[in-house]
Design a protein around this ligand. Structure first.
Ligand code: THU
Length: 137
């Protein structure tokens, strides 16, 4: 996969910050915004954003990263090139990494070199989730 520039990751991060205000998190008050750059089979790239969306039935909550990723996949953009996320709670920015469920979804559509940027550090998907579940065992 082509290397992704820090400039691009910063752009994604600023889109994550922009979308953060749409986070629906009345139960945890932990707001998360995510932005993903995705690519379709024609090699066209497009950015998708998402926020966490909580539910009174807590387990139905969906994370920001999965909202963004699934928006892209459902529009035909099946390859994830880079992802960024930001979280805010008690008026403070929190430098978080994606939860395990989101990492597994990322692994479905991206490779181990996929950069994950939280505004402070660039991680590689393969470092965050070295072993993924798959059916080819
Ligand atoms: N959350 C995300 O949006 N992304 C993650 O990777 C982990 C957690 C959300 C879910 C819930 O609304 C809130 O953060 C607290 O867990």
């Amino acid at each position: 996969m082509a290397k992704v520039s820090l400039h691009l990751l910063r752009e994604l991060y600023s889109e994550s910050v922009k979308i953060l205000g749409n986070s629906y998190a009345p139960y945890s008050n932990f707001h998360v915004g995510a932005a993903v750059l995705m690519e379709n089979d024609r090699g066209e790239r497009k950015m998708f954003t998402g926020t966490n969306v909580e539910n009174a039935s807590y387990g139905l909550t969906v994370c920001a990263e999965r909202v963004a990723l699934l928006k892209g996949v459902s529009e035909g953009y099946r390859r994830v090139v880079a992802l960024s996320l930001v979280a805010e709670s008690d008026g403070e920015i929190k430098e978080v990494v994606p939860c395990g469920a989101c990492l597994q979804v990322m692994a479905e559509f991206g490779d181990e070199n996929l950069p994950v940027y939280n505004g402070a550090k660039v991680f590689k998907l393969g470092d965050l989730l070295p072993h993924t579940f798959n059916l080819r065992v």
